[in-house]
Design a protein around this ligand. Structure first.
Ligand code: CP
Length: 318
């Protein structure tokens, strides 16, 4: 049974690509209600009481894994954090057999992060619980884009009509891809800013404008979203040195001055300070909303877990 509200949602959250404005707004509106509650607010209720959420992370994480765990617990669910290194995967059990085995224990949701693009979608075909993509390779990180959008919406009051510069290592970034899909769907203008080696021309087809001169790319934008340089996904040299990268593409006070005076600074974390962002601007608590992004991560993941679970018959919080 689904409520009319959740009936518009897919069974799984595998990406932002393909979601409609209404679907994105439903996640954001629901998350905004959670964001307005205190961390121990009784108004949460326990809509996932007696249900189980399993976190299955094949890549390291601080923010995403912790916030999914907190989110599920605040909703009353039991949470299992699978230790992949201590699981039967180390004995040669396949990814699919692992997911099918966990599904047989009837969790409400599997939250999966994997280094390979498409791995989470593949597993979603093999299970009947909800699957949430917590980041798959360079493909998508949908809950990151939702928490970024919620942060922007709360600070700016809207998404439509804003200009957002997504800067740096776009090529290896699932965060960039999910954000481009979300922001363009919601009526924002997106600029992809970075060196030629790190901004694939394909992002133009996704609706982003491309800038290889950061000073041009930042001019008059409302939001400066910096990306982590993902050296772990790079084979070969994509730029001469970290020092050179910072000089041309690192966000510092001088480059930030080209954006609108009230432009917000964002970063999904973890940050490489002194490479893509200077501490001076990262820690400017008037302009930087990096900590707020983390806080909104819990609210967004509560909304996602509840709305996807709700498709199998629970009341939504009012
Ligand atoms: N932004 C993000 O996904 O961070 P973690 O890798 O720490 O989860």
């Amino acid at each position: 049974m689904t409520t009319p509200e959740t009936g518009i949602l897919p069974q799984h959250l595998l990406g932002i690509e393909g979601l409609t404005r209404d679907q994105i707004s439903l996640f954001l509106d629901h998350a905004e209600r959670y964001a307005s509650f205190g961390a121990r607010d009784a108004a949460f209720g326990r809509p996932l009481d007696g249900r189980t959420v399993i976190n299955l992370f094949f890549e390291n994480s601080t923010r995403t894994r912790t916030s999914f765990e907190l989110a599920a617990k605040r909703l009353g669910a039991d949470v299992i954090n699978m230790e992949v290194g201590a699981s039967s995967i180390s004995k040669g059990e396949t990814l699919i057999d692992t997911a099918v085995t966990l599904n047989a224990m009837h969790p409400e949701a599997l939250v999966i992060r994997h280094a390979d693009s498409g791995a989470v979608a593949l597993l979603a075909q093999k299970v009947n619980c909800a699957v949430v993509n917590a980041g798959d390779g360079a493909h998508e990180h949908p809950t990151q884009a939702l928490l970024d959008a919620l942060t922007i919406r709360l600070r700016k009051g809207r998404l439509e009509g804003l200009t957002v510069a997504i800067c740096g290592d776009v090529a290896h970034s699932r965060v960039a891809r999910s954000n481009i899909h979300l922001l363009t769907t919601m009526g924002a203008t997106v600029r992809a800013v970075g060196p030629r080696s790190l901004v694939p021309s394909g992002v133009r087809a996704m609706g982003a404008e491309i800038f290889h001169d950061m000073r041009e790319g930042l001019r008059d934008v409302d939001i400066v979203m910096m990306l982590r340089v993902q050296t772990e996904r790079m084979q070969g040299n994509f730029f001469p040195s970290a020092r050179e990268y910072f000089r041309f593409f690192g966000l510092d006070r001088e480059k930030l001055a080209l954006a609108r005076p009230d432009a917000l600074i964002m970063h999904p974390g973890p940050m490489n300070r002194g490479v893509e962002i200077d501490s001076d601007v990262a820690d400017d608590f008037e302009r930087s909303v990096i900590r707020m992004q983390v806080e909104m991560g819990v609210a967004v993941r509560m909304a996602v877990l509840e709305l996807l679970s709700n498709r199998t018959g629970r009341e939504v919080v009012k």
